[in-house]
Design a protein around this ligand. Structure first.
Ligand code: CMC
Length: 438
């Protein structure tokens, strides 16, 4: 895996007003993107910590995997623009690219796919494990549990110091996550699990495991398989977002990869992150009619009202999310190819987008539709239940988590993640015995 070395450029001088003391901080330059002030020695030299809740100004690691320019709406995987990849590659090629840093040759691709295909089955006892969940469990709850439990089944890929263990664990995760996700769905609707089929592509196999039943033959729609593949590609990685940072932080202690991915899934579940696609659809249903849009826009703008327009805004993109543009186009293609002429939720979404993009509040705060704004509508058209939306995001992002986890483990500068705090609690107090407390 290639890794370009960080360049050191000029330094940054920090002056303490009260004492006049100055401190030189090195400034690092990546291959592209903003310069980075290296504060690693700040505490040792100044006795101060930095304070940055939400890490809006903090880089947590070096990475060569994904680059985002939020101002210009650019997203690159290993240097390739997402628009090129989404139009010309399939998902296994993207997995290879994210893991190894290069697009595969034909031979490398077929070997990789063969490896992935032959790890898609789950240990039989995992099927028994599912039965411990209530039937009405949210599939994301099942995902957190079952993925974490993989470490109890695959003992031969837990030694993170061994590169071959790491690679087997990575292949297993990429191969098995669609099976786990499809089984979470089947369990929640009371249908039998459908075994993976090695003659199908990654996306075809996933759809087959989701929608086939033992009672009749099921033909995977090429339209849906193509759309699924594109959705997986668009969500495959997104640099140091909340779930990826969670995977890295969990992994920084030396935890095994299955446990780390389970932590990532838990983080993804939240409505501000991967849970947004589910929340968008629920919101559109709540809005119900185009006439109600102004009322909801007003609510979203109201300072005291916690309501937000789901599918709008992004921590990094202050321009159109490039994934949202592709997703919008895919959405139209899917609806057209499925012959869905009138999709009231899409009409509602289009109108909401139009009104929000003309509204001063959204313009000033640079709140554009994000990737989740359209994915829910596509999933709905594909017949995927709302509770599975975030699960699909997890299936797609799994490879990003794996690639980032591998990069972290191989990074010699990696240390356990341990942020500091600005303590505002009581200073040391005298202990009072229970009987004497008032
Ligand atoms: N609707 C209304 N107002 C919003 C929205 C929104 N969707 N998003 C941000 N704002 C306002 C926010 O109230 C704040 O206003 P003020 O400056 O007056 O306090 C300002 O915009 C900045 O917002 P922020 O919360 O400080 O921004 P953030 O970078 O911390 O949050 C976000 C980013 C994605 C969590 C947020 O925009 C949001 O909650 N969006 C809706 C949920 C969503 O669609 N999430 C999916 C993100 S894309 C998929 C992924 O990467 O997981």
């Amino acid at each position: 895996m290639s890794k370009s070395s960080t360049k050191k450029s000029k330094s940054f001088t920090l002056t303490e007003n009260s004492t006049g003391n100055s401190f030189e901080l090195p400034v690092l330059e990546g291959s592209v993107g903003p310069r980075v002030i290296d504060v690693r020695n700040l505490y040792a030299e100044t006795g101060c910590f930095t304070y940055d809740p939400g890490y809006t100004s903090t880089g947590s690691c070096e990475s060569t995997i994904t680059y985002i320019d939020g101002e210009d709406g650019v997203l690159l995987y290993r240097g390739y623009p997402i628009q090129d990849l989404a139009g010309k590659c399939d998902y296994p090629e993207i997995c290879y690219l994210l893991l190894y840093g290069e697009l595969p040759t034909e031979l490398q691709k077929s070997k990789f796919e063969d490896n992935i295909t032959h790890h898609t089955m789950l240990h039989e006892q995992i099927s028994t494990f599912y039965r411990g969940f209530r039937r009405d469990s949210h599939p994301m709850a099942i995902m957190c549990g079952v993925v974490g439990a993989l470490s109890a089944f695959y003992h031969d890929s837990l030694d993170i110091a061994d590169p071959s263990h790491r690679m087997i664990a990575s292949y297993r995760m990429i191969a098995k996550i669609p099976t786990i996700a499809a089984q979470a769905y089947k369990y929640s609707i009371g249908q039998p699990f459908i075994a993976p089929r090695n003659d199908l592509s990654y996306s075809e196999n996933f759809l087959h495991m989701m929608f086939a039943t033992p009672a009749e033959s099921y033909e995977v729609s090429q339209t849906l398989a193509k759309a699924m593949d594109r959705i997986l590609i668009l969500h495959a990685d997104h640099e140091q977002n909340a779930s990826t940072s969670t995977v890295r932080l969990a992994g920084s202690s030396g935890a095994n990869p299955f446990a780390c991915i389970a932590a990532g899934i838990a983080s993804l579940w939240g409505p501000a992150h991967g849970g947004a696609n589910e929340a968008v659809l629920n919101m559109l249903e709540e809005i119900g009619h185009i006439d109600n849009i102004p009322k909801f826009i007003k609510k979203a703008k109201h300072k005291e009202d916690p309501f937000r327009l789901m599918g709008f805004g992004h921590r990094v993109y202050k321009n159109f999310d490039p994934r949202a543009k592709i997703m919008q186009q895919t959405c139209h293609e899917v609806l057209e190819e499925l012959g869905i002429k009138d999709e009231p939720l899409l009409d509602l979404a289009m109108e909401l987008e139009r009104i929000a993009l003309e509204d001063d509040y959204f313009i000033e705060k640079k709140l554009y539709p994000n990737v989740d704004f359209y994915s829910g509508i596509i999933f709905k058209a594909m017949g995927i239940p709302v509770s599975m939306f975030t699960v699909l995001f997890a299936v797609a992002r799994n490879v990003g988590w794996i690639a980032q986890w591998n990069e972290m483990v191989e990074d010699p500068s990696q240390r356990i993640g341990r942020p500091r705090q600005l303590y505002l609690g009581e200073t040391e107090r005298t202990f009072v015995e229970l009987k004497k407390r008032k």
